[in-house]
Write a protein of this length. Structure first.
Length: 163
């Protein structure tokens, strides 16, 4: 998929735009994606509640929770930490937070539902990769056990960034 805005996602790898360890983790393991409008059967979530919206959709449908960096034309010059879902059959982004996804780009990793539940029970926070105090998994190796295996077949051949 070619999108002229992918260079904006790439900016999160360089200081001062992103958290270095999270950005490097996503560069090594993340998948780049664009979005399509939601189908009528998926209702939009609440504005500015991306992590909760993605969590809700993942638990109530056959969509997988994804987290990473995203950029939308209406959200300023820099990408930011965001959450969305991906249809595991088609690899299509399902973002219930942004009403108009035209031009939006994403770089993220899928996170298993059981990991979401464990995290929420332990922290009370919906986000996984960063709960407001920086990338929180000690070492990137702590996450490697599930990230690569969780990529839907439709996304496995999409380009990754060179590490």
């Amino acid at each position: 998929m070619h999108n002229p805005n992918f260079h904006l996602i790439d900016r999160c790898y360089a200081e001062p735009f992103g958290q270095e360890t999270m950005a490097r983790f996503l560069a090594a393991h993340g998948t780049r994606m664009g979005a399509t409008p939601l189908p009528p059967e998926i209702k939009p979530g609440k504005p500015r509640e991306a992590f909760r919206n993605a969590w809700d959709l993942a638990l109530t449908s056959r969509a997988d929770y994804w987290e990473g960096y995203a950029w939308h034309p209406e959200c300023g010059a820099l990408p930011f930490h965001h959450a969305w879902c991906v249809d595991p059959r088609s690899g299509v982004v399902r973002d219930t937070t942004w009403r108009d996804v035209e031009g939006a780009v994403y770089l993220g990793v899928g996170i298993p539902t059981e990991r979401l539940c464990t995290n929420l029970n332990a922290s009370g926070i919906f986000g996984i990769l960063d709960k407001g105090v920086g990338f929180e998994h000690g070492t990137v190796e702590d996450l490697w056990g599930w990230v690569d295996q969780f990529r839907p077949a439709a996304l496995r051949d999409r380009p990754r960034l060179a590490s």
